[in-house]
Design a protein around this ligand. Structure first.
Ligand code: SF4
Length: 232
């Protein structure tokens, strides 16, 4: 079934092609709405060790060409988008498994992540968003995918159940509302801030305490109605 600007195989199109937001922004949103707004509203970005390692892992996933093995074709760095969710991006790896006897061809997205499995839903949401994009583009049902973690070198299967799909829908809607609103939420210091690539931009370090000599100069200048630099 072909796509039109008004409809998609999975529902009415809610977003124009030029109003799509990066699928990766869902990860920022679920990590911290302020971080998401700093990146996608204020256009700030900073890399730290974690983001560099993650980028290198994705580059390795993206660098390979598509390949075929018995029973499966593997596509890499596949462009994806959903007009319904308003998301665009690339899929690291998508496996197209041949149909079994009497069965349908299986499409399995595989997302590469640095580190190890997280306690929150951000990785699963990003992966499921990828599946929803592919479902809309290909007109097929995708019941499950997989996450591959660089640190553990382990692949985890993820079922795209109703709860996870609903979370993706809510996250995509919240992302669009946040970006459309154009207001960056206030910073709230939390333990996760220590691993945030935007820490130095978001929460500037407090001014360094002045030395005893500097404090004396400032006090003396004030008593003489002078600027401190006039005494140094
Ligand atoms: S430093 Fe903390 S509050 Fe600021 S963007 Fe990062 S996670 Fe959010």
């Amino acid at each position: 079934m072909g796509l039109t600007s008004e409809s998609t195989p999975t529902g009415p199109a809610a977003h124009a092609e030029d109003a799509l937001l990066p699928r990766s922004a869902l990860q920022h949103l679920l990590f911290c709405e302020r971080q998401c707004a700093l990146i996608h509203v204020e256009r700030l970005w900073a890399e730290n060790r974690l983001t560099v390692e993650g980028r290198h892992l994705h580059e390795r996933a993206d660098s390979g060409r598509s390949e075929s093995r018995p029973g499966v074709r593997i596509a890499r760095a596949l462009p994806i988008r959903s007009l319904r969710l308003g998301l665009v991006g690339r899929a690291d790896v998508v496996e197209f498994h041949d149909a079994g006897l009497g069965g349908a061809r299986r499409v399995v997205p595989v997302e590469y992540k640095r580190g190890r499995p997280k306690s929150d839903d951000s990785d699963r949401v990003q992966l499921c968003a990828q599946a929803l994009c592919l479902e809309e583009m290909l007109g097929v049902a995708i019941p499950a995918g997989a996450l591959y973690y660089g640190q553990t070198r382990h692949r985890h299967d993820v079922a795209f159940d109703g709860t996870l799909r609903a979370l993706v829908e809510r996250s995509a809607a919240r992302l669009h509302a946040l970006v459309a609103g154009g207001v960056t939420p206030q910073a709230v210091r939390a333990p996760k801030c220590d691993g945030c690539s935007l820490l130095s931009l978001c929460l500037p370090a407090p001014p360094r305490p002045r030395s005893a000599r500097a404090r004396t100069v400032i006090a003396l200048a004030a008593s003489l109605a002078l600027a401190p630099e006039e005494l140094t």
